[in-house]
Design a protein around this ligand. Structure first.
Ligand code: ADP
Ligand code: ADP
Length: 226
């Protein structure tokens, strides 16, 4: 089975807005997929439906062959990373990173081992006992990544995660994302309105416009006529 499958997925908001229409996609395990398109084309809505934060109006979603339409977010094998990081300001980095495992009720020893490993992977050792409010944007985004990865999701969902960073940091985090993809072998679904980001990061780009998929192609074929 594919890692992630969307079959005819649609979303109509309660106010009647048709945000996503007939979305079809099949993603291989370990692939890096970008949703690319102008503001309002339905990228975030699609990501939120995969995460379970938004209900699905029509069609079906499957992860590793299993239908997920009705599963609550906490029971899906996904993690979502936001542009504004959504960290807890009053908790240390270590506690922020371990929060998801705490909620899941994992025993402390097991939790600590997983947290230390991911903190090491993302180079956060030196700031592990600090609070996020005292750290830079790049460090905060690494904490958010660590928090998403520590629960060992099958699929990492990223909603414009680089939008708040300056150009140098953006490049650095891009490189780290590629390394994580290679080393962890998990699937990435990445939302962006920046073409350059989609081109340099993804294995395949899903081009969206007004709620529909216009084209799905690897970066080097993006401008080639089908
Ligand atoms: P983005 O373009 O990154 O999705 P927006 O600024 O469009 O962000 O949306 C920010 C928030 O407002 C989101 O939670 C989105 O669901 C909500 N939102 C966007 N458009 C509408 C709308 N027409 N009616 C109600 N909520 C909306
Ligand atoms: P993108 O992420 O590509 O900017 P969105 O998925 O945020 O696009 O939005 C797709 C469409 O759905 C837009 O027309 C937006 O205004 C609308 N929309 C988003 N969130 C809501 C909401 N909570 N209620 C109603 N309409 C929304």
């Amino acid at each position: 089975a594919h890692d992630l499958e969307l079959v005819g997925v649609g979303k109509v908001y309660d106010n009647g807005t048709p945000a996503v229409i007939g979305f079809d996609l099949a993603v291989e395990k370990g692939e890096f997929i970008a949703f690319l398109g102008p503001s309002g084309c339905g990228k975030t809505t699609t990501l939120r439906m995969i995460a379970g934060f938004e209900s699905i109006s029509s069609g079906e979603m499957r992860i590793r062959g299993k239908r997920i339409n009705e599963l609550p977010p906490e029971r899906r094998p996904t993690s979502m990373i936001f542009q504004n990081y959504a960290l807890f300001p009053h908790m240390t980095v270590r506690r922020n990173v371990g929060y998801g495992l705490e909620v899941k009720g994992l025993p402390k020893a097991e939790r600590d081992a997983k947290v230390e490993r991911i903190i090491e992977t993302l180079g956060l050792g030196d700031v592990a006992d600090k609070r996020p409010e005292r750290l830079s944007g790049g460090q905060r985004q690494r904490i958010a990544l660590a928090r998403g990865l520590v629960v060992e999701p099958d699929i990492l969902l990223l909603d414009e995660p680089l939008g708040a960073l300056d150009a140098n940091l953006r490049k650095a985090i891009q490189n780290e994302l590629k390394l994580l993809q290679k080393n962890l072998g998990i699937t990435f679904v990445f939302v962006t309105h920046a073409q350059s980001e989609a081109l340099s990061l993804s294995d395949r780009i899903v081009v969206m416009n007004q709620g529909r998929v216009e084209q799905i192609s690897p970066p080097h074929q993006l401008y080639r006529r089908p």
